[in-house]
Design a protein. Structure first.
Length: 56
């Protein structure tokens, strides 16, 4: 099953991109570039969904 999530993106004081998925508790990532951020956030989403299956 394919799911879509919104990613809220900003930049921190060091210039890193930071992202959060509001629909998933504790789902945050960062990266030096937008591409790196999106790769990292995808990994975090997968981990959060795996945890959801175990807990739910």
């Amino acid at each position: 099953m394919k799911r879509e999530f919104y990613v809220v993106v900003g930049r921190d004081e060091d210039g890193y991109y930071v992202g959060e998925v509001p629909q998933l508790r504790g789902c945050y990532a960062q990266g030096k570039t937008l591409d790196e951020l999106m790769e990292n956030i995808q990994e975090v989403i997968q981990l959060a969904l795996e945890d959801e299956k175990i807990i739910g």
